[in-house]
Design a protein around this ligand. Structure first.
Ligand code: GTP
Ligand code: MG
Length: 358
């Protein structure tokens, strides 16, 4: 399989911070590498022709177990007749896979109208049209995260409900950025549980990245603020802040999240540069309510959909795209450090559909 990640050596260490309250989990982070603003990890897509080719085997392998892949794949293999019953089956497959009623209805109605105009010679032609429509839903949100090289640090705050995969995604991003020779620092903003800090520190150690942490129950906004100052003092390129998982219905905790963002914003209006909401791909339609509630509190600028491997109902990605239009930056397709992919509409859709269509 073609590697999705550049593998480069870590860089030299930079001076330690003067504030003794900041526990350093690892040796201090790398010095700035001077990498210009680029799409993070999107080089494979940029260089690929056709765009989806290099990643396809990996995606397909991981997504083949998903509900949407199984139902659509099964439908196609049966080589069904081109009739209304096929449209009904496609409709059921999409709704079962959590594409959502609104998105599914719009899509199937359009296919039905085109079938009425005799646009499709056979069911294969209809499946091709379905593929194109699925890609069209995701294309507007296939916008990779761009690191603005002039912002030092470029600040990413991860948010989301409990267990969505925030800390794991940060670990994967740490690996990605290190491989891209970017200097990096992590902020342990999940101060609710000691284990959360330890989890982030473990990812930091694994990737030779400095983690700024304070004690359990410390003010998360203060941790983020201190980390920003430390990152700025050292000219670090990227700072990623973890936050505690919280239910979108928990008013007080949602307020705390707004405070973290507000306090960071005192540095400059542009900070944080990216509020990355991490969504468990198995959540189903509840993901819509989550994104709506988080977006009402903080300006969510990008999404990561995790756990699209295995039994995930990857369809929620379409519902999210249609409902919010927020860029989907990455897809999590496993628990390993390398299992984070830059989201790409064609690659994703092709991984869900039978080979012959892709
Ligand atoms: N299969 C699979 N598992 C994942 C993926 N991303 C995260 N996980 C797993 O999901 C579980 C929760 O991940 P965490 O990163 O701890 O989630 P979190 O959002 O930080 O959780 P809290 O801090 O408790 O809110 C872990 O067991 C991860 O290994 C993914 O893309 N695929
Ligand atoms: Mg966590």
């Amino acid at each position: 399989m073609v590697s999705w990640f550049r593998r480069n050596k870590p860089e030299a260490a930079a001076p330690a911070p003067s504030d003794p309250s900041q526990q350093l989990a690892t040796p201090p982070s790398a010095a700035p590498s001077g990498v210009p603003a680029t799409a993070v990890g999107d080089d494979e897509f940029a260089n690929a022709a056709p765009a989806a080719a290099p990643g396809k085997p990996g995606w397909r392998q991981r997504l083949s177990g998903s509900g949407i892949a199984r139902s659509l794949g099964g439908l196609f293999r049966r080589n069904p007749a081109l009739d209304n019953a096929l449209l009904d089956e496609i409709e059921t497959a999409l709704i079962t896979a959590d594409v959502g009623v609104a998105a599914t209805t719009a899509l199937v109605d359009d296919l039905r109208a085109r079938m009425g105009k005799r646009e499709f010679a056979d069911s294969a032609a209809l499946f091709k049209a379905l593929r194109a429509e699925l890609v069209a839903i995701l294309a507007p949100v296939s916008k990779p995260l761009l690191i603005d090289g002039s912002a030092r640090p470029f600040v990413i705050v991860t948010v989301g409900v409990n267990g969505a995969g925030k800390t794991t995604t940060i670990g994967k991003l740490a690996r990605k950025f290190r491989d891209e020779r970017r200097s990096l620092m992590l902020a342990a903003g999940d101060t609710f549980r000691a284990a959360a800090v330890a989890q982030l520190q473990a990812w930091g150690e694994r990737n030779d990245v400095q983690v700024i942490a304070q004690g359990q129950n410390a003010d998360a906004a203060a941790v983020a603020y201190d980390a920003y100052q430390a990152a700025q003092a050292r000219g670090v390129e990227v700072l990623i802040a973890d936050t505690a998982g919280r239910l979108h219905t928990q008013g007080g905790l949602m307020e705390e999240l707004a405070k973290i963002v507000r306090v960071l914003g005192k540095q400059s209006n542009a900070v944080p540069h990216e509020i990355l909401m991490v969504i468990d791909g198995t959540t189903g339609q509840n993901a819509i309510a989550q994104v709506r509630a988080f977006s009402a509190k903080v300006p969510v600028s990008g999404l990561v959909v995790t756990k699209l491997d295995g039994t995930a109902k990857g369809g929620v990605v379409f519902a999210l795209a249609r409902e919010f239009g927020i860029p989907i930056r990455y897809a999590g397709i496993g628990e390993r450090p390398e299992d984070l992919r830059v989201f790409d509409a064609e690659t994703f859709v092709d991984a869900l559909l039978p080979d012959t269509l892709a």
